[in-house]
Design a protein around this ligand. Structure first.
Ligand SMILES: NC(=O)c1ccc[n+]([C@@H]2O[C@H](COP(=O)([O-])OP(=O)(O)OC[C@H]3O[C@@H](n4cnc5c(N)ncnc54)[C@H](O)[C@@H]3O)[C@@H](O)[C@H]2O)c1
Length: 345
């Protein structure tokens, strides 16, 4: 076991959003390290069956805005807080901007307040690469660049969360860390109308439907395997050098969306190919590629899982859980036609 992981055994760790795509993987790792994990999640964008059922994990179903639940949980004196709960993500926030502000803005402020008041030793905030750099930053995206021209309410409120973290760090000395994730993918993410491209492509591929590409397909993303994000988070929660810092957690590699679609169609045996649909108005980034120099330097972060391997693990997970995934995928009835209609709005 790496030395920095020594901080986790026996610690009480709160993970908000612990039922979600990244949170469920994080909680499994934390429990494996011997931490006492409390999950707070309202299951608004995740499934009960995805919550790891392991000794050492306590699942509390509830809203981060629910002060009764927060008081009860902070009475247990968590020492480390991973704040991953969020109103997810861009299109959802365009459709429901006030809910986005409540959860991502007020929810984050509440978590920071309770953490500060109860002496939490480390607060790790799940920030977002797409929320800080806007669409005109030079590539690779570096932490010093900040854009004030963001293209969705989600991007605005995820940045707001970072700003609140900075206030609590500077004013109260709360030890915050702000890793900025890029396009996480992997086992644990259930497809749905507001979910990311990889689980949705796999889902449609397995159902034998054409994959809708919202743009030219030449767009690139920095797809990061969830296992690498978890490694970065565990470092963020443990290492002194991370305190007060923001840094990208990414793969440092670009993949074209059209290549992704072709790989997934091949891997799922989908003969229906691809279908081009109109770009979404908020989707202003033609390329995403992050520099991971700062994370390397500060916390020794190094992505380990090659894209092909990560994709294979994800497809294997889909096959293993297919009945549950198919029953839970949150799309309107008549799924792909409804989604395509939605995407062209
Ligand atoms: N997935 C990505 O590519 C990505 C990229 C950048 C940043 N992030 C951030 O990482 C975090 C985790 O992302 P994810 O992909 O696991 O998303 P997710 O939607 O799978 O997980 C978020 C969890 O928060 C829960 N939640 C939502 N509102 C809540 C509320 N009011 N109270 C309690 N729980 C609530 C949801 O039910 C869900 O389980 C989020 O904060 C997200 O903004 C994710």
């Amino acid at each position: 076991m790496e030395d920095y992981l020594d901080v986790y055994p026996g610690k009480t760790v709160l993970v908000t959003g612990g039922a979600g795509a990244i949170g469920s993987n994080l909680c499994r790792h934390l429990a494996g390290l011997g931490a006492q994990v409390i999950i707070l999640d309202d299951l608004s964008s995740s499934e009960q069956w995805n919550v790891p059922s392991l000794p050492g994990i306590l699942f509390v179903e509830g809203d981060v805005l629910d002060e009764v639940k927060l008081k009860r949980i902070f009475f247990e004196r968590p020492q480390i807080v991973f704040h991953l709960a969020a109103f997810f993500a861009n299109q959802n926030s365009v459709d429901h901007p006030e809910s986005d502000l409540e959860v991502n803005g007020l929810g984050t402020l509440r978590l920071l307040e309770y953490s500060m008041l109860t002496g939490v030793q480390r607060f790790i905030y799940a920030s977002s690469g797409c929320s800080i750099y806007g669409s005109s930053a030079p590539l690779p995206l570096r932490e010093e660049f900040v854009s004030l021209n963001l293209s969705s309410p989600y991007q605005i409120t995820k940045m707001l969360g970072e700003l609140y973290c900075n206030f609590f760090y500077n004013h109260y000395g709360l030890k915050v860390v702000k890793p900025r994730f890029f396009n996480s993918y992997g086992p644990g993410e259930v497809p749905g109308q507001y979910r990311n491209v990889i689980p949705n492509f796999i889902y449609w591929g397995m159902k034998g439907e054409a994959l809708p590409i919202t743009g030219s397909g030449e767009e690139t993303r920095d797809f990061t395997y969830v296992g690498d994000i978890i490694d970065g988070l565990l470092r963020a929660g443990a290492m002194e050098s991370a305190i007060g810092q923001e840094f990208n957690l990414a793969s440092g590699k670009e993949t074209r969306v059209i290549d992704l679609a072709n790989i997934i169609n091949k891997a799922t045996g989908n003969k229906k190919g691809i279908q081009f649909v109109q770009r979404r108005k908020w989707d202003t980034k033609s390329r995403l590629l992050a520099s991971i120099d700062r994370a390397r330097k500060l916390i020794g972060y190094e992505p380990k899982i090659p894209f092909e391997e990560g994709l294979k693990n994800t497809i294997d997970w889909f096959k293993e859980k297919w009945d549950k995934i198919e029953g839970s995928a949150r799309f309107s009835p008549g799924i792909s036609s409804a989604v395509r209609e939605h995407l062209t709005k």
